[in-house]
Design a protein around this ligand. Structure first.
Ligand code: ATP
Ligand code: MG
Length: 249
């Protein structure tokens, strides 16, 4: 469902062209989960943006549900994103003039979902923000804004969810809840997950892992192990749940 072939991204800087991503290949099937790790500045967000069709590669191509994103302009990619993709940005990107509830409702309304408000409200409850629905982003902490962004990405029940450090601003217990929600979607709706994370516990829950250094993949995904590892997911998740409960009590 997601296939990247020789993806490269070059940007121009004052000191000349800079290769920030080089020759990345990867393939994911529906329901797979992939963790992308690597040091700061290694190219993780750049890769995520290319895979999700937010940005176009300098060379190489991306196939997402049989749509060749590389052949499309921004308008075409936006259509594919609206149909298939959920994205949680590292910087959240909530609309400041809309309440938490309205931020989550917005993509649902664009999709013409009838009970957008009810659905948005349910997803805010699932990320622990039942009592903050009417608050504006500026009234919310970083972690709370992150959870609104997660609820917004989840609410449209995408085929593939990209999340850039989805637990980066969350405490252990809240992070565990969000991770649980991610893998619930993965299990119940066969949502493909592509996660950038610095957290080993989250990376290990994913069936595949890659590490990026200097714009290149340095560890290939252990594809052969993917089915074994997903069997372990439920065990790892119940451990997380226990951790979360222990932290709360
Ligand atoms: N438009 C741009 N122009 C110049 N350099 C860029 C541009 N976009 C990204 N970079 C550089 O490319 C590198 C990779 O950036 P990217 O945001 O993908 O890193 P990252 O792995 O997500 O880092 P972090 O963990 O800090 O979020 C960085 O060195 C960044 O400064
Ligand atoms: Mg980043």
């Amino acid at each position: 469902m997601l296939h990247a072939h020789k993806l490269c991204k070059q940007v121009s800087t004052t000191s000349g062209p800079l290769d920030i991503l080089q020759q990345v290949d990867l393939t994911l099937q529906r329901g797979d989960s992939l963790a992308i790790t690597g040091t700061s500045g290694s190219g993780k967000s750049t890769l995520l943006g290319l895979l999700a069709g937010l940005d176009a590669p300098s060379s190489g191509h991306v196939l997402l549900n049989n749509h060749n994103l590389s052949d499309m302009n921004e308008e075409g990619r936006a259509r594919v994103r609206a149909q298939h993709v959920g994205f949680v940005f590292q910087s959240f990107q909530l609309l400041p003039g809309l309440s938490a509830l309205e931020n989550v409702m917005m993509p649902l309304e664009l999709h013409g979902v009838a009970d957008a408000e009810q659905k948005a409200s349910q997803f805010l409850q699932r990320v622990g923000l039942a009592d903050r629905q009417q608050h504006y982003p500026r009234q919310l902490s970083g972690g709370e804004q992150q959870r609104v962004a997660i609820a917004r990405a989840f609410a449209s029940e995408p085929d593939i969810l990209f999340a850039d450090e989805p637990t980066g601003n969350l405490d252990t217990a809240t992070g565990a809840k969000v991770i649980e929600l991610l893998f619930e979607l993965n299990r119940e709706q066969d949502t493909t997950l592509v996660l950038v994370t610095h957290e080993q516990r989250l990376a290990e829950l994913c069936a595949q892992q890659i590490r990026i250094e200097g714009g290149r993949v340095v560890d290939a995904p252990p594809a052969a192990q993917s089915s074994d590892q997903s069997l372990d997911n439920s065990t790892a998740q119940s451990q997380l749940q226990n951790n979360a409960e222990a932290t709360q009590s």
